[in-house]
Design a protein around this ligand. Structure first.
Ligand code: AMP
Length: 421
C-alpha cells in the first residue's frame, strides 16, 4: 500500500513525502478513502497510530477542492488539550502546504486578541479546545454556522476531562448537515452515546487496541528506594548515555523538584505541568523538540497527546495510580514503527500498582535490580511510613506487598546486566 492509491491529490502526496512518510499506517489507509467519500467515521485509534494525518489529509483535500470559499471556518477540530490542539494545527499547516487554506489554533491560557484577529482575517480550518472556543462564540468573535466537517479528536479524553457539556454547547452552534469524524482510543458507554447522537451511518474503523502500542516498547522495572530514585535516574541518563527522555511524576511539585535536581547534576531538564503558564509549557516543549533540553519532566495531564518524534525513553519516576495511564505514558515512545524503552522506578509502596498494570498489558514486566540501588528493609519502613501519612491510615496488613528487593516469584528477572554501583 502506498499513499498513491488512496485517492489523494498530488500536492498532498508531495507534502506527505516531505514529512518522510512513504507507507500509510492502517488507520490512514482505511480512513482516508472513507472521509474523501464524505462519510462519517467512528475511529478507534489512539495517539501514535497516525490518526492525525488520517483525518487531516482528506479534510484538506475536500476543503481545497470545494468551490465554497467563505471566510467562515469550514472545518472544526476539537481537542481535549492545548498541546494536542497545537500539534493538530501544526500538522494541518504542514500537510496543507501550497493549498492556500488557513488554519487557526484556538486555546485558553494565552491572549484572546491575536486569536480574534486571526478569526477576523478569515479561516478555513479551526483547531480548538472547547472552553476557549465557547468564549469566542459568547463574544461572537467566531461564526460556526459554516462548519461542513467536525472532528472530535481523543473524544474519550474530552469526556474524561469533563468537556461533555461544552461539546454539546458547541454542537448546538453547528449546522445540522455536516460530516462528522470521531476518534477515540476506547469505546465506553459514554462514547457510544455521544457517537449515536452525532454520527450518521458511520464507518467503524478500528486499529491497534490501546495496549498494542506497548508491545513495541521494551519495558523494565527497577526496584529502588524512594529516596534513591533521583540518583538512579541521573545515573541511568548519564552512564547509559540516553538521548532524550520524557519522565513522568505524579505531582506538579515532584516534577519541579526533579527537574531542579537534574539541572544540578548537569542534565538539561525542564518541567511541564498545569501550574506553568501556557508560554512556559510551549517553550519547554519546543526546547525539548529542538534537543536543547534533554529531559522533560511532566505530569500525566500536561503530557496528554504530546507528539514527540523519535522519543527513545519514557521513565515512570512514579507509577501512575491508574493502570491505563501507564499505557498512555509508554505510548509516547515506540511510535510509528520505532522501538522505545520504558523504565519504571518502583519503590516498595508502589508495588501494589504494578499488578493492575500487568493485568492490563496481559503480561509481566521484567524486573532488573541495579547494583547499589536495590531496596533495603529500612527503605520499606520509611516508605510505609510515608504512605501512612499520605493516606491518613495505617496500611499494615493491607495490600502493601513488598517483594523483597523486587525478586518476585512470578515475574521474570533480567540478570547478567548488572551495572557498576
Ligand atoms: P498521531 O497518531 O497522529 O499522533 O501520529 C503519530 C506519529 O506518527 C507522528 O509523529 C506522525 O508524524 C507519525 N506518522 C504519521 N503518519 C505516518 C506514516 N504514514 N509513516 C510514518 N510516520 C507517520
Amino acid at each position: 500500500m502506498s499513499f498513491n492509491n488512496l485517492g489523494l491529490m498530488p500536492e498532498l502526496i508531495k507534502n506527505v513525502a516531505a514529512q518522510g512518510y512513504t507507507i500509510p499506517t492502517p488507520i490512514q489507509s482505511q480512513a482516508i478513502p472513507v472521509v474523501l467519500e464524505g462519510r462519517d467515521v467512528m475511529g478507534g485509534a489512539q495517539t501514535g497510530t497516525g490518526k492525525t494525518a488520517a483525518f487531516a489529509l482528506p479534510v484538506l483535500q475536500k476543503l481545497s477542492q470545494s468551490k465554497n470559499r467563505s471566510r467562515r471556518p469550514r472545518c472544526l477540530v476539537l481537542t481535549p488539550t492545548r498541546e494536542l490542539a497545537a500539534q493538530v494545527g501544526a500538522s494541518m499547516i504542514d500537510y496543507g502546504v501550497g493549498l492556500h487554506l488557513k488554519t487557526a489554533i484556538i486555546f485558553g491560557g494565552v491572549g484572546i486578541n491575536p486569536q480574534i484577529s486571526a478569526l477576523r482575517r478569515g479561516v478555513d480550518i479551526l483547531v480548538a479546545t472547547p472552553g476557549r472556543l465557547l468564549d469566542h462564540a459568547g463574544q461572537r468573535t467566531v461564526d460556526l454556522s459554516g462548519i461542513e466537517i467536525l472532528i472530535l479528536d481523543e473524544a474519550d479524553r474530552m469526556l474524561d476531562m469533563g468537556f461533555i457539556h461544552d461539546i454539546k454547547k458547541v454542537l448546538a452552534l453547528l449546522p445540522a448537515k455536516r460530516q462528522n469524524l470521531l476518534f477515540s482510543a476506547t469505546y465506553s458507554g459514554e462514547i457510544r452515546r455521544l457517537a449515536d447522537g452525532l454520527l450518521n451511518q458511520p464507518e467503524f474503523i478500528e486499529v491497534a487496541r490501546r495496549n498494542t502500542a506497548a508491545e513495541k516498547v521494551d519495558q523494565v522495572v527497577h526496584p529502588v528506594g524512594l529516596k534513591a530514585k533521583k540518583e538512579l535516574l541521573a545515573k541511568l541518563i548519564t552512564e547509559d548515555e540516553w538521548g532524550q527522555a520524557l519522565v513522568f511524576t505524579r505531582t506538579k511539585h515532584g516534577a519541579n523538584r526533579l527537574a531542579t535536581y537534574l539541572e544540578k547534576q548537569g542534565i538539561e531538564a525542564a518541567a511541564i505541568h498545569g501550574n506553568k503558564s501556557q508560554t512556559a509549557r510551549t517553550r519547554a516543549l519546543s526546547d525539548f523538540k529542538k534537543g536543547k533540553v534533554q529531559v522533560l519532566v511532566a505530569t500525566d495531564i500536561a503530557a496528554r497527546g504530546l507528539d514527540i518524534e523519535k522519543l527513545p525513553h519514557v521513565v515512570n519516576f512514579d507509577l501512575p495510580n491508574v493502570a491505563e495511564d501507564y499505557v498512555h505514558r509508554i505510548g509516547r515512545t515506540g511510535r510509528a514503527g520505532l522501538s522505545g524503552s520504558a523504565v519504571s522506578l518502583v519503590s516498595a509502596d508502589e508495588e501494589k500498582l504494578l499488578r493492575p498494570i500487568e493485568r492490563l498489558l496481559g503480561r509481566s514486566i521484567p524486573v532488573e535490580n541495579i547494583d547499589g540501588f536495590s531496596r533495603n528493609p529500612a527503605d520499606v519502613n520509611e516508605e510505609t511510613f510515608v504512605n501512612f501519612r499520605r493516606d491518613g491510615r495505617n496500611k499494615r496488613g493491607g495490600g502493601n506487598r513488598y517483594r523483597g528487593n523486587g525478586r518476585s516469584g512470578s515475574r521474570p528477572q533480567v540478570s547478567g546486566r548488572r551495572r557498576a554501583a
